[in-house]
Design a protein around this ligand. Structure first.
Ligand code: GDP
Length: 703
């Protein structure tokens, strides 16, 4: 019984799943022969199917490593390409097509490639064999083929026919064996003919006596002998039964073959191949066992030294990664409470409050009279306050606050997924971010509507208690002071990068330019108004304006004292545009500093400590409104958006990252992490080699 070949083929396929450097190659039968010697026909007769590429244009360009697996009780026959992962292929026409495509993928300019195509055939009708089909030897090239093609093919074949492989040298009966390329190549590597089988095809083309002469060849003796076959196709397609029948009929009709006890027929060839392979497998068993053992020792050593014999599994790694994500999410959720959310929304509304104050109040010079002189114009200031408050309540607080919180959540999801181990899992990370934003998107619009609905009353009226007012005053002062400090820092920054003296001169220069420009404007205005020029004094119109600065020219009022210097001598330019820009910026900051200083003082004043004259303290009132909006908005954002998100996200993580993954996906995920991949690989290798070693030991025992 041919158990050894079967077991060792299993062993070989196992060894292929781990990368290994030991010389654990098991013997295969390598088929060589000249083009048109009948190589394909012999292989197809062995397999019992037509499956090899056909055509005149060099259709075998890559080695085909063919593994035949005998499945005695199986009902179906199928082929598979383990490298392609296509699954079972039942139709051998498809096998032929795939092989043709894989071969023709090698460009004409190269013509042959070293990289083998793996093909396995599982069938109750095949013996356990491993065969390699190689491109046929060529005599002459056609003009599209590269000049060195002949050598390339010969080199490729030579590599495959080395020890421990068995050489199947295919020769055609109608060609003198002395001219057989296959035998010539075999003699080079196997001069004693110990591991070469001669297959003589097309026996039907020679007379039986000549045929017997070839098969009992004494000029080129082979210890494994010659087998004569007839693989001629009968009619369209390949009917293996019909071929065997016609072959049997042929040899039956030529009694000289039986009389001389030479080996003939495909069935004999198959049997002979099984015997020879089994025999060689037996001879290789010892050396393979040794090689596997030393490879296993090495793997065990690696596993001990690098991983201290600690076993891991892809599943546990995935589970741990998910747990750590859920854990860090939980921590984030814990510290991102209502006060933190309020803080975010409050900051946004404070920015808006400052914008509105600037637009509605600060650009008006009369703001300087607030709060002292506002009681008189109470109605007008009240109307303004309503406008300012409306600008705040009707500024789309619902959408912006909800969006703000959603953005903060997404930022945090990005942060949580950009640490170990998630940095290694771009796809998993993208998935987490996807369903996080999906979850938020699903809640966004309803939350916006809720918030807008509940703040609606404030769009008409905002009432507040004295306590709320006092809090508002504190906050407004703090907000303005913060602005003030920012402006001071910015100014300080400009001063220190530019140098005080340089800046002072630049500022003076800018101021002078502005004065000149203003004067020029005024001059133009005058000349226009006068329909003439003001140098001309012979008309009656008095030119009084030129001398008296009008009260409307508050914009050209004296510059802030801080930057003024008596030293007006260096007015020469040669100043860079960037310096001048900084000077202008400094001037602007200076202006807003003094404005903010007065606003802080006004807001802090005793008149603003009570709510009685709201219209006189707009910043305080706006702060009260902003706070009410903040509380209301956050209340609903909390219920509608955050609670839901915090509750559902961990469940989504479990569902989408763990329960939905197949075994292969879990493995792929784990191996994305290079540290885990190396660990798993060493561990797998060790385990596989242990299984292999166990099988080999058993085989050794039986012999
Ligand atoms: P390859 O190029 O070596 O693979 O050769 P093929 O198997 O394609 O065969 C070349 C040609 O020889 C084809 O036309 C086959 O039909 C023919 N042929 C193969 N085997 C036999 C045989 O036993 N007898 C005869 N008469 N022709 C054969």
């Amino acid at each position: 019984l041919m158990v050894l070949t079967k077991k060792l083929i299993e062993v070989r396929n196992l060894l292929k799943t781990v990368d290994n450097n030991a010389k654990m190659t098991l013997p295969s039968i390598v088929v060589v022969g000249s083009q048109s010697s009948g190589k394909s026909s012999v292989l197809e007769a062995i397999v019992g199917h037509e499956f090899l590429p056909k055509g005149t244009n060099m259709v075998t360009r890559r080695p085909i490593e063919l593994t035949l697996i005998h499945t005695p009780n199986a009902k179906e026959e199928f082929a598979e390409f383990p490298q392609l992962g296509l699954g079972k292929v039942h139709d051998f026409k498809d096998v032929q097509k795939t092989l043709t495509d894989l071969n023709l993928a090698v460009p004409d300019s190269e013509c042959v490639s070293d990289s083998p195509i793996e093909l396995r055939v599982h069938s109750p009708n095949v013996p356990d064999l491993t065969l390699v089909d190689l491109p046929g030897y060529i005599q002459i090239h056609n003009r599209n083929q590269p000049a060195e093609l002949k050598e390339k093919i010969a080199d490729l074949c030579e590599r495959y026919i080395r020890e421990p492989n068995i050489i199947l040298a295919v020769c055609s009966a109608d060609v003198d064996l002395a001219n057989s390329e296959a035998l010539r190549a075999s003699r080079k590597v196997d001069p004693a003919g110990r591991r070469t089988i001669g297959v003589v095809t097309k026996m039907d083309l020679v007379e039986q006596d000549a045929g017997v002469g070839i098969l009992t060849n004494r000029d080129y003796p082979l210890q494994l002998g010659y087998v004569g076959v007839v693989c001629k196709k009968t009619g369209a397609g390949v009917d293996s039964q019909a071929i065997v029948r016609s072959e049997d009929a042929f040899f039956g009709a030529n009694p000289a073959y039986r009389a001389n006890r030479v080996m003939v027929g495909t069935a004999t060839l198959r049997h002979r191949l099984m015997e020879v392979l089994e025999d060689h497998m037996g001879k290789s068993l010892r050396s393979i066992s040794d090689a596997v053992q030393s490879e296993l020792d090495e793997a065990r050593y690696q596993f001990k030294v690098h991983y201290n014999d600690r076993r891991i599994s892809a599943e546990s790694y995935v589970a741990e990664s998910i747990d750590s994500l859920k854990q860090s999410f939980k921590e984030f959720a814990k510290q991102f409470g209502k006060p933190q959310v309020r803080e975010e929304v409050r900051r946004m509304l404070e920015r808006r409050l400052l914008e509105i104050s600037r637009d509605v109040y600060w650009t008006d010079p009369r703001v300087a009279t607030l709060p002292r002189l506002c009681i008189a114009d109470a109605d007008e200031w009240r109307a303004r306050l309503d406008a300012a408050s409306g600008a705040l309540t009707k500024s789309g607080v619902g959408r912006s606050s909800v969006q703000l919180v959603a953005d903060v959540l997404m930022e945090n999801m990005e942060r949580l997924t950009s640490t170990e181990p998630w940095v290694h899992h771009a796809e998993g990370r993208a998935k987490v971010l996807d369903f996080s934003s999906e979850l938020l998107r699903g809640k966004l619009n309803t939350t916006v509507d809720q918030v807008e609905n509940t703040i609606k009353p404030y769009k008409f009226e905002v009432e507040c208690t004295e306590l709320e007012w006092q809090e508002g005053q504190k906050r407004a002062v703090a907000t303005l002071e913060k602005q003030l400090a920012d402006a001071q820092n910015a100014l300080q920054g400009i001063k220190s990068t530019t140098g005080r003296r340089t800046l002072r001169n630049a500022v003076k220069h800018v101021q002078k330019m502005e004065r000149d420009a203003a004067a020029a404007r005024k001059g133009n205005n005058n000349s226009n108004n006068n329909n003439n020029n003001n140098n001309n004094n012979n008309n009656n119109i008095p030119t009084k304006e030129a001398a008296s600065p009008g009260d409307a020219h508050s914009s050209s009022s004296p510059p802030p004292p801080l930057l003024i210097s008596d030293d007006l001598s260096v007015m020469d330019s040669g100043m860079s545009p960037s310096l001048l820009a900084r000077a202008r910026q400094a001037l602007e900051l200076q202006t807003s500093l003094s404005l903010l200083q007065t606003r802080v003082a006004a807001t802090r004043s005793r008149q603003c400590a009570v709510s009685e004259n709201k219209q006189c303290c707009p910043e305080v009132f706006l702060s009260v409104v902003a706070e009410k909006l903040t509380y209301t908005a956050v209340m609903f954002i909390w219920v509608e958006l955050l609670n839901e998100f915090f509750f559902q996200l961990p469940r989504e993580i479990d569902n989408q990252l763990y329960y939905d993954l197949s075994r292969a996906e879990i493995m792929r995920f784990a191996k994305e992490n290079p540290v885990v991949r190396r660990h798993l690989e060493v561990q797998e290798k060790k385990r596989t080699l242990e299984v292999v070693m166990e099988k080999l030991r058993e085989l050794n025992r039986k012999r």
